[in-house]
Ligand binder design. Structure first.
Ligand code: SF4
Ligand code: SF4
Length: 478
């Protein structure tokens, strides 16, 4: 795949040198592959009530009709009506060939990739129970097959295919893990032939959040897990899931689960990431044709919250107020609503909820591959205004979340708008404030600048009054 065919002056990108008619055929084939009973029943059920519009942050932030959720699946719906819909026989009778046009698909690229986070807020609003977020995901399959997706997202997909992870190869991973071990003076188990727990990680953590990796490891050591990273199965994010490359989505999930089985793990932990949770926890069965019930797939937030409830994890009280940004894929679509709140209470923070919050919260605006798409930046910033207002209204001291993508998105938006808050990682806060016999991390007390505290935090401080309790207070020994 190359990006050299991109027509930069247009509001769409193209990959591969394909004739337009082949792109259309590929798109149709991709759509048709998704017209199973689930998608069909949803598309037949829409009564065009428009209630989903008021749920979408992109529509609310712009007022532009094209950003209404139901409009975003229009070519997908048209393809369905022509080929599988209740009146598709009539098109056949009239000799009408099922057809979309390349112009429609090109125009649509922005709607399907730039203006949808697959956050599912519209899904909750729909009285007919139509899961538009899933239909958008289904529709991306056709767009990927047509070579019509944002270039940067396409490049990340290619890296994930060719070198194991958007971060790099297994060799790159091994080197980085060794660097973090040295930097923070903490053992990071790697490539153990047998372990009870396979821990996975995000590229963002490996690139920019070494402090977070060390914190997470320290908590796992404290809890006494027999755990390991594996250099041939470390990548938690799934850019197949985000782009519509279904083969890649399946391969990435199977790689993790097969590895967990190979090392005899009973648990696979998904790190601070939202869509990784959806892809691994909720869609794994699809690739095996059966539930994956021999491995517990658990989110790090869930593991820590359960440890708090079991009395195995205690924290020194931070004692300030905080508001929590709910990552859509963990909370609304992931079933973990209460877990981060248990952790906030364990930190002794006064939780000031945003309006809306929990299942109803607004997306950060970067999920669903939107952050990977530079072209979507201005639209994302408009949607950020909704989140910014909601945070301001709480008057909370801290702004906390539990997803690397949300943190990165909100961090960039904070920097771009000069909003006087710093976004903080819940896991970092736990790591820094837990009561433990584990030795403290080397870097915070050594004067060395921890990687990952870097640009975003520095930017937030420059912008205003951001403070991080994780980094301000070194962890105490019991
Ligand atoms: S899934 Fe989220 S971003 Fe996509 S249309 Fe629905 S509300 Fe909007
Ligand atoms: S809320 Fe549901 S039924 Fe109404 S327009 Fe949106 S998808 Fe269709």
């Amino acid at each position: 795949m190359t990006s050299d065919t991109t027509e930069k002056h247009r509001n769409f990108d193209k990959q591969r040198d394909l004739p337009d008619e082949v792109r259309v055929e590929n798109a149709m084939a991709g759509f048709i592959a998704e017209f199973g009973p689930r998608a069909q029943s949803w598309m037949n059920a829409c009564v065009r009530c428009g209630l989903c519009a008021e749920a979408c942050h992109f529509y609310l932030a712009t007022g532009e009709e094209k950003y209404t959720p139901i409009h975003k699946i229009k070519p997908f719906e048209d393809a369905y009506a022509l080929t599988h819909g209740p009146f598709s026989w009539l098109h056949g009778l009239l000799g009408r060939k099922p057809k979309l046009t390349i112009e429609e698909l090109e125009e649509w690229e922005e709607l399907i990739y730039d203006s949808c986070n697959m956050c599912g807020r519209c899904t909750l609003a729909c009285p007919m129970g139509i899961d538009i977020a899933s239909l958008v995901k289904d529709a991306r399959r056709g767009m990927y097959a047509a070579g019509l997706l944002p270039d940067r997202l396409a490049r990340i997909v290619r890296n994930a295919e060719k070198q194991h992870s958007p971060f790099g190869s297994p060799e790159d991973f091994r080197k980085t893990i060794k660097e973090i071990e040295k930097e923070y003076g903490i053992p990071l188990p790697l490539d153990k032939p047998k372990a009870d727990v396979l821990m996975t990680i995000t590229p963002e953590a490996l690139e920019n959040r070494h402090f977070g990796v060390a914190s997470m490891a320290r908590v796992l050591h404290h809890l006494g897990y027999d755990w390991t990273f594996c250099s041939d199965a470390f990548e938690a994010t799934n850019f197949g899931y985000l782009s519509g490359n279904m083969e890649l989505q399946g391969a990435l999930t199977v790689r993790l689960i097969d590895k967990a089985r190979e090392i005899g793990a009973s648990m696979l932990i998904v790190p601070e990431c939202g869509h990784a949770w959806g892809a691994t926890r909720w869609e794994a069965a699809k690739w095996y044709g059966a539930p994956v019930d021999d491995i517990k797939i658990r989110h790090i937030v869930e593991v820590l919250a359960d440890a708090v409830e079991d009395g195995k994890l205690e924290c020194r009280p931070v004692g300030e107020s905080a508001t929590f940004h709910d990552p859509c894929q963990q909370i609304r679509r992931g079933g973990l609503e209460e877990k981060p709140r248990i952790l906030m209470r364990a930190l002794g923070m006064e939780l000031r909820e945003m309006d809306p919050h929990g299942l109803d919260a607004f997306c950060c605006g970067g999920g669903g591959g939107v952050l990977a798409n530079e072209r979507a930046g201005p639209l994302r910033l408009k949607a950020f205004e909704l989140k910014k207002r909601a945070v301001e209204e709480t008057g909370a001291d801290h702004f906390v979340t539990s997803c690397n993508i949300c943190e990165m998105t909100l961090g960039r938006d904070i920097e771009a708008t000069g909003f006087g808050k710093q976004i903080e990682s819940l896991i970092d806060l736990i790591g820094a404030n837990m009561i433990t016999d584990q030795p403290p991390l080397k870097a915070p007390g050594s004067g060395a600048k921890p990687k990952g505290v870097g640009k975003r935090a520095a930017g937030a401080k420059k912008a205003g009054k951001g403070r991080s309790a994780a980094r301000r207070k070194p962890a105490a020994k019991k």
